[in-house]
Design a protein around this ligand. Structure first.
Ligand code: FAD
Ligand code: DLZ
Length: 510
Protein backbone atom coordinates (compact mmCIF):
# COMPACT_ATOMS: atom_id res chain seq x y z
CA UNK A 1 0.00 0.00 0.00
CA UNK A 2 1.56 3.42 -0.94
CA UNK A 3 2.65 5.34 2.14
CA UNK A 4 3.28 9.01 2.70
CA UNK A 5 5.96 10.36 5.01
CA UNK A 6 5.21 13.75 6.53
CA UNK A 7 8.20 15.62 7.96
CA UNK A 8 7.17 18.05 10.71
CA UNK A 9 9.82 20.55 11.78
CA UNK A 10 10.42 21.81 15.28
CA UNK A 11 8.51 25.03 14.63
CA UNK A 12 5.54 23.35 12.94
CA UNK A 13 3.79 21.89 15.97
CA UNK A 14 0.22 22.58 14.80
CA UNK A 15 -2.32 19.77 14.42
CA UNK A 16 -3.99 21.36 11.38
CA UNK A 17 -0.69 21.83 9.50
CA UNK A 18 -1.04 21.94 5.70
CA UNK A 19 1.22 18.87 5.30
CA UNK A 20 -1.16 16.70 7.35
CA UNK A 21 -4.36 17.90 5.74
CA UNK A 22 -6.36 15.39 3.70
CA UNK A 23 -4.10 12.44 4.50
CA UNK A 24 -5.31 9.05 5.71
CA UNK A 25 -3.61 8.27 9.05
CA UNK A 26 -3.61 4.58 8.11
CA UNK A 27 -1.31 5.33 5.15
CA UNK A 28 0.84 8.03 6.70
CA UNK A 29 3.90 8.16 8.91
CA UNK A 30 4.67 11.43 10.62
CA UNK A 31 8.37 12.10 11.23
CA UNK A 32 9.71 14.40 13.92
CA UNK A 33 13.47 14.37 14.44
CA UNK A 34 15.88 16.09 16.78
CA UNK A 35 19.00 16.64 14.69
CA UNK A 36 22.39 18.13 15.51
CA UNK A 37 22.45 20.28 12.37
CA UNK A 38 19.38 22.22 13.53
CA UNK A 39 20.53 22.29 17.13
CA UNK A 40 23.90 23.78 16.18
CA UNK A 41 23.59 26.03 13.08
CA UNK A 42 24.03 28.79 15.63
CA UNK A 43 24.98 28.28 19.29
CA UNK A 44 21.40 28.32 20.56
CA UNK A 45 20.59 29.26 24.14
CA UNK A 46 20.19 26.09 26.23
CA UNK A 47 16.58 27.03 27.09
CA UNK A 48 15.73 27.45 23.41
CA UNK A 49 16.89 23.92 22.53
CA UNK A 50 15.10 22.48 25.55
CA UNK A 51 11.91 24.37 24.71
CA UNK A 52 11.87 23.12 21.11
CA UNK A 53 12.74 19.49 21.91
CA UNK A 54 10.24 19.33 24.81
CA UNK A 55 7.49 20.89 22.67
CA UNK A 56 8.32 18.44 19.82
CA UNK A 57 8.13 15.41 22.12
CA UNK A 58 4.81 16.54 23.60
CA UNK A 59 3.46 17.24 20.12
CA UNK A 60 4.38 13.70 19.04
CA UNK A 61 2.23 12.43 21.93
CA UNK A 62 -0.60 14.76 20.92
CA UNK A 63 -0.53 13.42 17.34
CA UNK A 64 -0.42 9.79 18.50
CA UNK A 65 -3.42 10.57 20.72
CA UNK A 66 -5.53 11.47 17.68
CA UNK A 67 -4.49 8.46 15.63
CA UNK A 68 -1.34 9.41 13.66
CA UNK A 69 1.55 6.98 13.43
CA UNK A 70 4.59 8.98 14.55
CA UNK A 71 8.28 8.15 14.15
CA UNK A 72 10.16 10.26 16.66
CA UNK A 73 13.96 10.29 16.40
CA UNK A 74 15.70 11.59 19.51
CA UNK A 75 19.05 13.39 19.34
CA UNK A 76 20.80 10.56 21.20
CA UNK A 77 19.43 7.78 18.95
CA UNK A 78 22.66 6.03 17.85
CA UNK A 79 21.35 5.75 14.27
CA UNK A 80 20.53 9.48 14.03
CA UNK A 81 22.33 10.92 10.98
CA UNK A 82 22.31 14.44 12.39
CA UNK A 83 20.52 16.15 9.52
CA UNK A 84 16.90 16.60 8.44
CA UNK A 85 17.74 15.24 4.97
CA UNK A 86 19.44 12.17 6.44
CA UNK A 87 16.49 11.43 8.70
CA UNK A 88 13.94 11.84 5.90
CA UNK A 89 15.93 9.44 3.71
CA UNK A 90 16.24 6.92 6.54
CA UNK A 91 12.57 7.12 7.53
CA UNK A 92 11.36 6.89 3.91
CA UNK A 93 13.32 3.65 3.48
CA UNK A 94 12.23 2.30 6.87
CA UNK A 95 8.54 2.91 6.14
CA UNK A 96 8.59 2.19 2.41
CA UNK A 97 7.19 5.66 1.81
CA UNK A 98 6.56 6.54 -1.82
CA UNK A 99 5.96 10.24 -1.25
CA UNK A 100 7.34 12.79 1.21
CA UNK A 101 5.44 15.90 2.27
CA UNK A 102 6.46 18.91 4.29
CA UNK A 103 5.03 22.33 5.08
CA UNK A 104 7.50 24.97 3.88
CA UNK A 105 10.15 25.77 6.49
CA UNK A 106 10.82 29.19 8.00
CA UNK A 107 14.33 29.61 6.69
CA UNK A 108 16.01 29.71 3.26
CA UNK A 109 18.76 27.33 4.46
CA UNK A 110 16.27 24.60 5.41
CA UNK A 111 14.21 25.15 2.26
CA UNK A 112 17.31 24.58 0.12
CA UNK A 113 18.14 21.38 2.04
CA UNK A 114 14.61 20.02 1.55
CA UNK A 115 14.51 20.96 -2.14
CA UNK A 116 17.74 19.02 -2.66
CA UNK A 117 16.17 15.73 -1.47
CA UNK A 118 15.56 12.96 -4.00
CA UNK A 119 12.86 12.23 -4.76
CA UNK A 120 11.76 15.85 -4.30
CA UNK A 121 9.27 16.26 -1.45
CA UNK A 122 5.92 17.97 -1.91
CA UNK A 123 6.37 21.37 -0.19
CA UNK A 124 3.09 22.97 0.88
CA UNK A 125 2.44 26.60 1.83
CA UNK A 126 2.47 27.44 5.53
CA UNK A 127 -1.06 28.80 5.87
CA UNK A 128 -0.72 29.36 9.61
CA UNK A 129 0.22 32.86 8.42
CA UNK A 130 -2.50 35.25 7.27
CA UNK A 131 -0.66 36.56 4.24
CA UNK A 132 0.61 34.24 1.51
CA UNK A 133 3.87 34.98 -0.35
CA UNK A 134 1.86 35.87 -3.47
CA UNK A 135 -0.40 38.28 -1.58
CA UNK A 136 2.59 40.05 -0.04
CA UNK A 137 4.34 40.26 -3.42
CA UNK A 138 1.21 41.78 -4.99
CA UNK A 139 0.86 44.31 -2.18
CA UNK A 140 4.56 45.23 -2.33
CA UNK A 141 4.72 45.38 -6.13
CA UNK A 142 2.25 48.25 -6.16
CA UNK A 143 4.37 50.42 -3.86
CA UNK A 144 7.53 52.52 -4.15
CA UNK A 145 8.19 52.28 -0.42
CA UNK A 146 6.96 49.59 1.92
CA UNK A 147 5.48 50.61 5.24
CA UNK A 148 4.01 48.28 7.83
CA UNK A 149 1.15 50.63 8.71
CA UNK A 150 -0.54 50.26 5.29
CA UNK A 151 0.05 46.52 5.18
CA UNK A 152 -1.49 46.27 8.65
CA UNK A 153 -4.70 47.97 7.46
CA UNK A 154 -4.98 45.35 4.73
CA UNK A 155 -4.70 42.62 7.37
CA UNK A 156 -7.32 44.32 9.56
CA UNK A 157 -9.72 44.36 6.62
CA UNK A 158 -8.86 40.80 5.68
CA UNK A 159 -9.46 39.41 9.18
CA UNK A 160 -12.21 41.82 10.24
CA UNK A 161 -10.31 42.27 13.52
CA UNK A 162 -11.29 45.52 15.31
CA UNK A 163 -13.43 46.58 12.37
CA UNK A 164 -16.85 48.20 12.51
CA UNK A 165 -18.03 47.53 9.00
CA UNK A 166 -15.26 48.89 6.78
CA UNK A 167 -14.11 51.39 9.42
CA UNK A 168 -11.53 50.77 12.16
CA UNK A 169 -13.04 50.37 15.64
CA UNK A 170 -12.77 53.62 17.59
CA UNK A 171 -12.32 55.61 14.38
CA UNK A 172 -8.53 55.13 14.17
CA UNK A 173 -6.27 52.41 12.85
CA UNK A 174 -3.51 53.01 15.37
CA UNK A 175 -3.61 54.20 19.00
CA UNK A 176 0.13 54.42 19.61
CA UNK A 177 -0.07 58.04 20.74
CA UNK A 178 -1.87 56.75 23.87
CA UNK A 179 0.91 54.25 24.56
CA UNK A 180 4.60 54.53 25.49
CA UNK A 181 4.23 55.61 29.10
CA UNK A 182 7.02 55.29 31.59
CA UNK A 183 6.29 52.52 34.12
CA UNK A 184 6.49 52.84 37.89
CA UNK A 185 7.45 49.92 40.13
CA UNK A 186 4.23 48.04 40.94
CA UNK A 187 3.94 45.32 43.53
CA UNK A 188 1.07 43.80 41.60
CA UNK A 189 2.90 43.41 38.30
CA UNK A 190 1.50 40.30 36.59
CA UNK A 191 3.90 37.39 36.14
CA UNK A 192 3.72 34.79 33.38
CA UNK A 193 2.51 31.38 34.64
CA UNK A 194 5.32 28.96 35.52
CA UNK A 195 5.01 25.31 34.53
CA UNK A 196 6.90 22.59 36.38
CA UNK A 197 8.69 20.24 33.94
CA UNK A 198 6.97 16.84 33.61
CA UNK A 199 8.85 13.57 32.99
CA UNK A 200 9.16 14.20 29.23
CA UNK A 201 10.55 17.69 29.72
CA UNK A 202 12.83 16.49 32.51
CA UNK A 203 14.37 13.96 30.11
CA UNK A 204 14.96 16.73 27.57
CA UNK A 205 16.56 18.91 30.23
CA UNK A 206 18.99 16.10 31.09
CA UNK A 207 19.83 15.68 27.40
CA UNK A 208 20.40 19.40 26.89
CA UNK A 209 22.54 19.65 30.03
CA UNK A 210 24.68 16.78 28.76
CA UNK A 211 25.00 17.76 25.11
CA UNK A 212 24.67 21.56 25.19
CA UNK A 213 25.74 22.43 28.73
CA UNK A 214 28.50 24.68 27.35
CA UNK A 215 26.07 26.73 25.25
CA UNK A 216 25.02 30.27 26.11
CA UNK A 217 22.48 30.82 28.90
CA UNK A 218 21.16 29.01 31.92
CA UNK A 219 18.96 25.95 31.51
CA UNK A 220 17.23 25.90 34.87
CA UNK A 221 14.85 26.86 36.29
CA UNK A 222 12.86 25.83 33.22
CA UNK A 223 9.21 26.84 33.43
CA UNK A 224 8.05 27.48 29.88
CA UNK A 225 4.82 25.98 28.52
CA UNK A 226 5.60 23.10 26.14
CA UNK A 227 2.12 21.63 25.57
CA UNK A 228 -0.86 23.11 23.73
CA UNK A 229 -2.97 23.11 26.92
CA UNK A 230 -0.33 25.00 28.90
CA UNK A 231 0.24 27.42 26.00
CA UNK A 232 -3.49 28.18 25.85
CA UNK A 233 -3.54 28.72 29.60
CA UNK A 234 -0.61 31.15 29.25
CA UNK A 235 -2.52 33.06 26.56
CA UNK A 236 -5.64 33.31 28.74
CA UNK A 237 -3.58 34.49 31.72
CA UNK A 238 -1.98 37.19 29.59
CA UNK A 239 -5.34 38.41 28.25
CA UNK A 240 -6.86 38.81 31.72
CA UNK A 241 -3.82 39.86 33.76
CA UNK A 242 -1.53 41.88 31.48
CA UNK A 243 -3.25 42.89 28.24
CA UNK A 244 -5.21 45.79 29.81
CA UNK A 245 -1.92 47.64 30.47
CA UNK A 246 0.03 46.24 27.49
CA UNK A 247 -0.35 49.42 25.44
CA UNK A 248 0.47 51.89 28.18
CA UNK A 249 3.74 50.21 29.14
CA UNK A 250 4.74 48.56 25.87
CA UNK A 251 7.95 50.60 25.59
CA UNK A 252 8.79 50.81 29.29
CA UNK A 253 11.75 49.13 31.02
CA UNK A 254 12.16 48.59 34.75
CA UNK A 255 15.05 47.14 36.73
CA UNK A 256 14.19 43.64 37.96
CA UNK A 257 10.98 43.42 35.90
CA UNK A 258 11.80 41.13 33.01
CA UNK A 259 8.37 40.85 31.48
CA UNK A 260 6.29 43.88 32.54
CA UNK A 261 3.00 43.65 30.63
CA UNK A 262 4.37 41.69 27.67
CA UNK A 263 2.79 38.40 26.67
CA UNK A 264 5.76 36.02 26.21
CA UNK A 265 3.60 34.37 23.59
CA UNK A 266 6.06 34.72 20.65
CA UNK A 267 7.79 31.33 21.14
CA UNK A 268 4.42 29.61 21.56
CA UNK A 269 3.03 31.21 18.42
CA UNK A 270 6.23 30.69 16.43
CA UNK A 271 6.46 26.94 17.09
CA UNK A 272 2.75 26.43 16.47
CA UNK A 273 1.43 25.80 19.98
CA UNK A 274 -0.82 28.84 19.59
CA UNK A 275 -2.68 30.07 16.53
CA UNK A 276 -1.92 33.79 15.99
CA UNK A 277 -5.39 34.62 14.72
CA UNK A 278 -7.07 32.82 17.64
CA UNK A 279 -4.92 34.82 20.09
CA UNK A 280 -5.95 38.05 18.34
CA UNK A 281 -9.62 37.05 18.50
CA UNK A 282 -9.25 36.45 22.26
CA UNK A 283 -7.74 39.92 22.63
CA UNK A 284 -10.53 41.50 20.58
CA UNK A 285 -13.16 39.69 22.69
CA UNK A 286 -11.55 41.17 25.83
CA UNK A 287 -12.06 44.66 24.37
CA UNK A 288 -15.64 43.99 23.21
CA UNK A 289 -16.41 42.63 26.73
CA UNK A 290 -14.99 45.79 28.31
CA UNK A 291 -12.12 43.88 29.94
CA UNK A 292 -9.27 45.68 28.10
CA UNK A 293 -8.99 49.17 26.56
CA UNK A 294 -8.79 49.70 22.81
CA UNK A 295 -5.27 51.19 22.84
CA UNK A 296 -3.92 48.01 24.43
CA UNK A 297 -5.85 45.59 22.26
CA UNK A 298 -5.14 47.45 19.02
CA UNK A 299 -1.43 47.66 19.88
CA UNK A 300 -1.24 43.95 20.66
CA UNK A 301 -3.14 42.88 17.53
CA UNK A 302 -0.97 45.20 15.39
CA UNK A 303 2.17 43.42 16.59
CA UNK A 304 0.78 40.08 15.44
CA UNK A 305 -1.20 40.70 12.26
CA UNK A 306 0.89 43.75 11.37
CA UNK A 307 4.56 43.42 12.31
CA UNK A 308 4.74 39.64 12.48
CA UNK A 309 3.20 39.12 9.06
CA UNK A 310 5.02 42.10 7.55
CA UNK A 311 8.52 40.96 8.57
CA UNK A 312 7.79 37.49 7.21
CA UNK A 313 6.75 39.01 3.90
CA UNK A 314 10.01 41.00 3.74
CA UNK A 315 12.13 37.96 4.62
CA UNK A 316 10.81 35.81 1.77
CA UNK A 317 10.61 38.69 -0.69
CA UNK A 318 14.20 39.81 -0.18
CA UNK A 319 15.85 36.41 -0.58
CA UNK A 320 18.60 34.47 1.19
CA UNK A 321 21.22 37.25 0.94
CA UNK A 322 19.09 39.61 3.08
CA UNK A 323 21.01 38.48 6.18
CA UNK A 324 24.26 39.74 4.57
CA UNK A 325 23.06 43.30 3.92
CA UNK A 326 25.24 45.96 5.48
CA UNK A 327 24.12 49.34 4.14
CA UNK A 328 25.99 51.29 6.82
CA UNK A 329 29.24 49.34 6.31
CA UNK A 330 29.48 48.28 9.96
CA UNK A 331 32.41 45.94 10.65
CA UNK A 332 33.11 45.90 14.42
CA UNK A 333 33.21 42.32 15.80
CA UNK A 334 30.51 41.51 18.36
CA UNK A 335 31.96 42.54 21.76
CA UNK A 336 32.34 39.88 24.45
CA UNK A 337 29.87 41.69 26.70
CA UNK A 338 27.01 40.41 24.50
CA UNK A 339 27.83 36.94 25.84
CA UNK A 340 28.66 37.84 29.43
CA UNK A 341 26.46 40.84 30.22
CA UNK A 342 29.50 42.27 32.06
CA UNK A 343 29.37 46.02 31.61
CA UNK A 344 28.85 49.08 33.75
CA UNK A 345 26.01 50.18 31.48
CA UNK A 346 22.95 49.27 33.55
CA UNK A 347 20.65 49.04 30.51
CA UNK A 348 22.90 46.60 28.64
CA UNK A 349 23.62 44.57 31.78
CA UNK A 350 19.87 44.24 32.47
CA UNK A 351 18.89 43.28 28.91
CA UNK A 352 21.72 40.78 28.44
CA UNK A 353 21.48 39.48 32.02
CA UNK A 354 17.83 38.51 31.59
CA UNK A 355 18.61 37.09 28.15
CA UNK A 356 21.12 34.75 29.81
CA UNK A 357 18.56 33.73 32.44
CA UNK A 358 15.34 33.57 30.44
CA UNK A 359 16.20 33.49 26.70
CA UNK A 360 13.85 36.48 26.65
CA UNK A 361 14.03 40.24 26.47
CA UNK A 362 11.11 42.33 25.37
CA UNK A 363 10.96 44.30 22.17
CA UNK A 364 12.28 47.62 23.43
CA UNK A 365 15.18 45.93 25.19
CA UNK A 366 16.08 44.20 21.90
CA UNK A 367 15.55 47.27 19.74
CA UNK A 368 16.57 50.21 21.91
CA UNK A 369 19.15 48.65 24.23
CA UNK A 370 21.18 45.83 22.62
CA UNK A 371 20.15 46.85 19.09
CA UNK A 372 20.80 50.57 19.61
CA UNK A 373 24.20 49.91 21.19
CA UNK A 374 25.20 47.75 18.19
CA UNK A 375 23.93 50.35 15.73
CA UNK A 376 25.80 53.23 17.40
CA UNK A 377 29.05 51.28 17.82
CA UNK A 378 28.90 49.92 14.27
CA UNK A 379 28.80 46.19 15.01
CA UNK A 380 28.78 43.87 11.99
CA UNK A 381 25.04 43.24 11.42
CA UNK A 382 25.56 39.61 10.40
CA UNK A 383 27.39 38.84 13.65
CA UNK A 384 24.59 40.56 15.55
CA UNK A 385 21.97 38.64 13.55
CA UNK A 386 23.60 35.37 14.59
CA UNK A 387 23.56 36.51 18.20
CA UNK A 388 19.83 37.33 18.18
CA UNK A 389 19.12 34.07 16.34
CA UNK A 390 20.97 32.13 19.05
CA UNK A 391 19.91 33.76 22.29
CA UNK A 392 16.10 34.13 22.17
CA UNK A 393 13.74 31.21 22.50
CA UNK A 394 11.40 32.72 19.89
CA UNK A 395 14.17 33.15 17.30
CA UNK A 396 13.63 31.71 13.83
CA UNK A 397 15.26 33.37 10.87
CA UNK A 398 12.10 34.51 9.05
CA UNK A 399 11.19 36.75 12.00
CA UNK A 400 14.55 37.46 13.62
CA UNK A 401 16.45 38.57 10.50
CA UNK A 402 14.15 41.38 9.32
CA UNK A 403 13.88 42.66 12.89
CA UNK A 404 17.68 42.70 13.26
CA UNK A 405 18.97 43.52 9.79
CA UNK A 406 16.09 45.80 8.85
CA UNK A 407 14.42 47.34 11.88
CA UNK A 408 17.27 47.41 14.35
CA UNK A 409 20.43 47.91 12.24
CA UNK A 410 19.12 49.76 9.17
CA UNK A 411 21.41 47.36 7.29
CA UNK A 412 18.87 47.04 4.46
CA UNK A 413 19.21 50.78 3.84
CA UNK A 414 15.69 51.67 4.99
CA UNK A 415 13.64 49.04 3.21
CA UNK A 416 11.86 47.92 6.36
CA UNK A 417 12.10 50.97 8.59
CA UNK A 418 11.86 54.59 7.54
CA UNK A 419 14.60 55.69 9.94
CA UNK A 420 17.29 54.09 12.06
CA UNK A 421 16.28 53.38 15.67
CA UNK A 422 19.22 55.32 17.09
CA UNK A 423 19.01 56.96 20.50
CA UNK A 424 21.18 58.65 23.09
CA UNK A 425 21.02 58.00 26.83
CA UNK A 426 18.10 60.42 27.20
CA UNK A 427 15.76 57.92 25.56
CA UNK A 428 16.79 55.14 27.97
CA UNK A 429 16.37 57.55 30.88
CA UNK A 430 12.89 58.54 29.70
CA UNK A 431 11.63 54.99 29.20
CA UNK A 432 13.31 53.18 32.11
CA UNK A 433 14.73 53.46 35.61
CA UNK A 434 18.07 51.95 34.55
CA UNK A 435 20.04 55.19 34.59
CA UNK A 436 19.54 55.68 38.33
CA UNK A 437 21.72 52.66 39.13
CA UNK A 438 24.20 53.05 36.28
CA UNK A 439 27.96 53.54 36.66
CA UNK A 440 27.70 56.26 34.04
CA UNK A 441 25.89 59.58 34.27
CA UNK A 442 23.20 60.07 31.66
CA UNK A 443 23.36 63.84 32.19
CA UNK A 444 27.03 64.06 31.18
CA UNK A 445 27.69 64.11 27.45
CA UNK A 446 31.44 63.52 27.24
CA UNK A 447 34.23 62.03 29.33
CA UNK A 448 34.78 58.73 31.11
CA UNK A 449 31.86 59.19 33.48
CA UNK A 450 29.34 60.15 30.78
CA UNK A 451 26.77 57.71 29.47
CA UNK A 452 28.59 56.28 26.42
CA UNK A 453 25.40 56.42 24.35
CA UNK A 454 25.48 60.23 24.38
CA UNK A 455 28.74 60.69 22.48
CA UNK A 456 28.19 57.51 20.45
CA UNK A 457 24.87 58.90 19.22
CA UNK A 458 26.50 62.04 17.76
CA UNK A 459 29.42 60.03 16.43
CA UNK A 460 26.88 57.85 14.59
CA UNK A 461 25.14 60.90 13.12
CA UNK A 462 28.49 62.35 12.07
CA UNK A 463 29.67 59.10 10.45
CA UNK A 464 26.48 58.81 8.40
CA UNK A 465 25.79 62.51 7.99
CA UNK A 466 25.45 62.52 4.21
CA UNK A 467 23.12 59.54 4.08
CA UNK A 468 20.81 60.86 6.81
CA UNK A 469 20.72 64.49 5.69
CA UNK A 470 18.34 63.38 2.95
CA UNK A 471 16.07 61.40 5.29
CA UNK A 472 13.11 63.56 6.39
CA UNK A 473 12.95 61.78 9.76
CA UNK A 474 16.68 62.30 10.47
CA UNK A 475 17.32 65.67 8.86
CA UNK A 476 16.59 67.61 12.05
CA UNK A 477 19.29 65.71 13.98
CA UNK A 478 21.77 66.25 11.14
CA UNK A 479 21.04 70.00 11.20
CA UNK A 480 21.61 70.05 14.99
CA UNK A 481 24.96 68.32 14.43
CA UNK A 482 25.90 70.72 11.66
CA UNK A 483 25.10 73.73 13.87
CA UNK A 484 27.27 72.49 16.73
CA UNK A 485 30.53 74.37 17.23
CA UNK A 486 33.52 72.47 15.86
CA UNK A 487 35.31 72.09 19.23
CA UNK A 488 32.12 70.56 20.66
CA UNK A 489 31.87 68.19 17.73
CA UNK A 490 35.50 67.19 18.21
CA UNK A 491 34.98 66.64 21.95
CA UNK A 492 31.99 64.35 21.29
CA UNK A 493 33.83 62.36 18.63
CA UNK A 494 36.93 61.98 20.81
CA UNK A 495 34.81 60.78 23.69
CA UNK A 496 33.15 58.21 21.41
CA UNK A 497 36.54 57.12 20.03
CA UNK A 498 37.96 56.60 23.54
CA UNK A 499 34.97 54.46 24.48
CA UNK A 500 35.26 52.41 21.28
CA UNK A 501 38.97 51.83 21.97
CA UNK A 502 38.10 50.43 25.40
CA UNK A 503 35.35 48.32 23.88
CA UNK A 504 37.72 46.90 21.28
CA UNK A 505 40.51 46.32 23.77
CA UNK A 506 38.73 43.92 26.08
CA UNK A 507 35.05 44.13 25.26
CA UNK A 508 33.80 43.96 28.84
CA UNK A 509 35.37 46.72 30.91
CA UNK A 510 32.98 49.36 29.62
P1 FAD B 1 4.68 41.12 23.02
O1 FAD B 1 5.30 42.43 23.31
O2 FAD B 1 3.74 40.59 24.02
O3 FAD B 1 4.00 41.25 21.59
C1 FAD B 1 2.92 40.38 21.20
C2 FAD B 1 3.29 39.56 20.01
O4 FAD B 1 3.45 40.36 18.86
C3 FAD B 1 4.58 38.77 20.12
O5 FAD B 1 4.38 37.58 20.85
C4 FAD B 1 4.97 38.53 18.67
O6 FAD B 1 4.32 37.40 18.17
C5 FAD B 1 4.40 39.77 17.98
N1 FAD B 1 5.45 40.77 17.71
C6 FAD B 1 5.70 41.89 18.41
N2 FAD B 1 6.63 42.64 17.80
C7 FAD B 1 7.01 41.95 16.71
C8 FAD B 1 7.95 42.18 15.68
N3 FAD B 1 8.70 43.30 15.64
N4 FAD B 1 8.10 41.25 14.72
C9 FAD B 1 7.37 40.11 14.73
N5 FAD B 1 6.44 39.85 15.68
C10 FAD B 1 6.27 40.76 16.64
N6 FAD B 1 10.33 38.26 17.48
C11 FAD B 1 10.28 36.92 17.34
O7 FAD B 1 9.19 36.33 17.42
N7 FAD B 1 11.41 36.20 17.08
C12 FAD B 1 12.63 36.80 16.99
O8 FAD B 1 13.62 36.13 16.76
C13 FAD B 1 12.70 38.21 17.14
N8 FAD B 1 13.90 38.85 17.06
C14 FAD B 1 13.95 40.20 17.21
C15 FAD B 1 15.18 40.85 17.09
C16 FAD B 1 15.26 42.22 17.21
C17 FAD B 1 16.58 42.92 17.04
C18 FAD B 1 14.10 42.95 17.49
C19 FAD B 1 14.17 44.45 17.62
C20 FAD B 1 12.88 42.33 17.62
C21 FAD B 1 12.77 40.95 17.49
N9 FAD B 1 11.55 40.29 17.58
C22 FAD B 1 11.50 38.92 17.41
C23 FAD B 1 10.29 41.02 17.76
C24 FAD B 1 9.86 41.21 19.22
O9 FAD B 1 10.90 41.77 19.98
C25 FAD B 1 9.38 39.91 19.85
O10 FAD B 1 8.37 39.33 19.04
C26 FAD B 1 8.79 40.13 21.23
O11 FAD B 1 9.71 40.78 22.07
C27 FAD B 1 8.37 38.81 21.83
O12 FAD B 1 7.96 38.94 23.16
P2 FAD B 1 6.43 38.89 23.57
O13 FAD B 1 5.83 37.63 23.09
O14 FAD B 1 6.38 39.15 25.05
O15 FAD B 1 5.84 40.07 22.75
C1 DLZ C 1 15.53 25.54 16.01
C2 DLZ C 1 15.44 24.05 15.89
C3 DLZ C 1 16.25 23.25 16.69
C4 DLZ C 1 17.11 23.80 17.76
N1 DLZ C 1 16.24 21.91 16.56
C5 DLZ C 1 15.42 21.33 15.65
C6 DLZ C 1 15.41 19.93 15.46
O1 DLZ C 1 16.17 19.20 16.05
N2 DLZ C 1 14.55 19.42 14.56
C7 DLZ C 1 13.71 20.19 13.82
O2 DLZ C 1 12.91 19.66 13.05
N3 DLZ C 1 13.74 21.54 13.96
C8 DLZ C 1 14.56 22.12 14.85
N4 DLZ C 1 14.60 23.48 14.98
C9 DLZ C 1 13.75 24.28 14.11
C10 DLZ C 1 14.32 24.40 12.71
O3 DLZ C 1 15.65 24.89 12.76
C11 DLZ C 1 13.36 25.34 11.97
O4 DLZ C 1 12.38 24.59 11.35
C12 DLZ C 1 14.08 26.23 11.01
O5 DLZ C 1 14.85 27.15 11.74
C13 DLZ C 1 13.10 26.97 10.10
O6 DLZ C 1 12.27 27.86 10.81
Amino acid sequence: MPRTLVLILGDQLSPDLSSLRGLDPARTTVLLCEVMAEASYVGHHQKKIAFIFAAMRHFAEELRGVGWAVDYVTLDDPANTGTLAGEVTRAAARRNATTVRVTEPGEWRVLAALQALTPAPEILPDDRFLCSHAEFQDWAAERKVLRMEYFYRLMRRKTGLLMDGDQPAGGQWNFDHDNRKRAAPDLFMPQPPRHAPDAITREVLNLVALRFGGNFGTLEPFWLPVTRDDAERAARTFITAALPRFGDYQDAMLTGQKFLYHSLLSPLINVGLLDPLAVCRMAEAAWRDGAAPLNAVEGFIRQIIGWREYVRGIYWREGPDYVRRNALGAVRPLPALYWTGQTGMACMAAAIGQTIEEAYAHHIQRLMVTGNFALLTGIDPHALHEWYLAVYFDAFEWVEAPNTIGMSQFADGGLLASKPYAASGAYIDRMSDYCGSCRYSVKQKTGNQACPLNALYWDFIARHRDRFAGNPRMAQMVRTWDRMAEPRQAELRESAARFLERLDRNGTDV
